[in-house]
Each structure stands twice: as structure tokens, then as C-alpha cells.
Design a protein. Structure first.
Length: 252
């Protein structure tokens, strides 16, 4: 009998779509010098991957590791979708720790924004919130890796959901200096989510840091506000010629 990772891979290969794969390569910026250069796609939508993944929730998490090492983007997605579902069903902190450890062993393969966004809030943020230890996120925040920095900020969503926006604001302040647009978008997204819990706190953050906030980050952060307030904030914080230093270069 073939191992479970091979069986899942075969199922995914059977529903691949070359036309959709071409669109995915364009959407995820796989060209020379782009953020997903050399990634490979089967052309399978996330809903179809999730539907397939539901059949394998009972698999041993360790047995799915070959999927996360796959050259195929959708196989990595499928592994993470299963791990997230398994983490939610875990009966003990030790079980969740096992999946968390597997995740950190494979950080090099969690190398696109969608892979981060579907996995980090639960597998990293959820676990660390439960252990009351966000310090690993502080290390990721200083990483040279765009994706590890994105894991750090997106993982703060777990704290937001527990009505604590302080970690998100602290990380957002550090990431104001980041040069990556994908970090600006993720940080603005988390500020927007934080605003659902504590709008005054997020507006105070924007007031304090004003024109230092990258415009993409700011636009994402305030998109829930009515048009009048959005325009007022954008006008008040408008500036030009800001030169930001490169992101931190701490090697984990």
C-alpha cells in the first residue's frame, strides 16, 4: 500500500488543470526576480484542496511531511490545511506542540503568502497564545526571510481574537520600516482586524506614527472606516520622500 503522502499527491495530480496552473503562476508572481520565482502549480483551487483534505484528517501529521517538501504549491497547501484541521481537533497541548514543531522544521517550504496566511494564525499563533509565550514570533520578526516576518505578524491574529491587540501594535511599529509590500499588506490587514476589537487603539497607533506608516499598510488598516474618515486620515498622514532603512538582518 502506498504511503499516505503519495496517495494524496496522486489525488491532487488527478484533478490538476494546466490552464489554471498558468493563471496561478501569473497571480503568484513566479517570474524571474519575483517573490515566487520557480514555484510550480498544478492549477487546483483552494476549495477543491480543502474538500480533498477532509478525507485525510486522521492521518499521522508526520506522514504528511513529504507534501510540504513538494515542488508543487498545491501539495504544500494541502499539507498545511490538514495540519490546521488536526491542530483544531487536538485534545492536548502536547499534540498541538507536535504540529507546531513540524511546522517550524519546514519553514523554508512555507514560502508564499497564501501558505503563511492559511496556517500561521492557528499553527503558530494559536499554539503560542495558549502557552503564553510569543517570544518565538519576536525572532521571526527579525528574520531576513519575508515569509518568516509575515508569519510573525499574521500569527498575532490569535491575540487579536482574544481581544488583545498590543502584540499586533508592537510588531506593526517594527514593520513600519520594512521594505516589502507583502509585509505592508499583511500588517495593514492585522491592524484592520485589530480595529474590529479596539478601533480607538488602532487609530491612536495611526495618529502616533502618522506619515511614517507605508501607504499600503495604512490603506489596508483603515479600509473598514467610512469614506470621509479614510480620506481625512490619508490626507493628514500624507507625505513624500520618506527613505526607510532595510529590514533587520538577524539570522535565526
Amino acid at each position: 500500500m502506498r504511503d499516505i503522502a503519495s496517495r494524496i499527491s496522486e489525488r491532487l495530480q488527478a484533478i490538476s488543470d494546466p490552464g489554471q496552473a498558468l493563471l496561478a503562476r501569473r497571480f503568484f508572481k513566479t517570474g524571474p526576480g519575483e517573490y515566487a520565482e520557480n514555484d510550480h502549480f498544478l492549477g487546483i483551487s483552494v476549495p477543491r484542496i480543502r474538500a480533498l483534505a477532509r478525507n485525510f484528517i486522521s492521518a499521522n501529521p508526520e506522514d504528511l511531511q513529504p507534501l510540504l517538501k513538494s515542488r508543487w504549491h498545491e501539495e504544500r497547501v494541502c499539507c498545511l490545511v490538514i495540519w490546521v484541521a488536526q491542530s483544531r481537533k487536538c485534545q492536548s497541548l502536547d499534540e498541538r506542540r507536535n504540529i507546531y514543531d513540524l511546522y517550524f522544521t519546514h519553514l523554508a517550504h512555507i514560502n508564499n503568502w497564501d501558505l503563511v496566511d492559511i496556517s500561521a494564525p492557528q499553527l503558530v499563533g494559536g499554539y503560542l497564545l495558549e502557552t503564553r509565550n510569543p517570544s518565538p514570533l519576536g525572532l521571526l520578526l527579525k528574520s531576513r526571510s519575508l515569509w518568516e516576518r509575515r508569519i510573525a505578524i499574521v500569527s498575532t491574529w490569535a491575540w487579536i481574537k482574544s481581544a488583545d491587540i498590543s502584540l499586533t501594535l508592537r510588531f506593526a511599529q517594527d514593520l513600519i520600516q520594512d521594505r516589502e509590500d507583502l509585509i505592508h499588506k499583511a500588517t495593514g490587514w492585522m491592524l484592520r482586524e485589530a480595529g474590529k476589537v479596539n478601533e480607538a487603539g488602532v487609530l491612536s497607533f495611526i495618529e502616533t506614527h502618522g506619515a511614517r506608516i507605508p501607504r499600503t499598510m495604512l490603506r489596508y488598516a483603515i479600509e473598514r472606516l467610512d469614506e470621509k474618515r479614510r480620506k481625512a486620515i490619508l490626507l493628514k498622514t500624507k507625505t513624500a520622500g520618506i527613505v526607510r532603512p532595510p529590514p533587520p538582518c538577524t539570522i535565526l
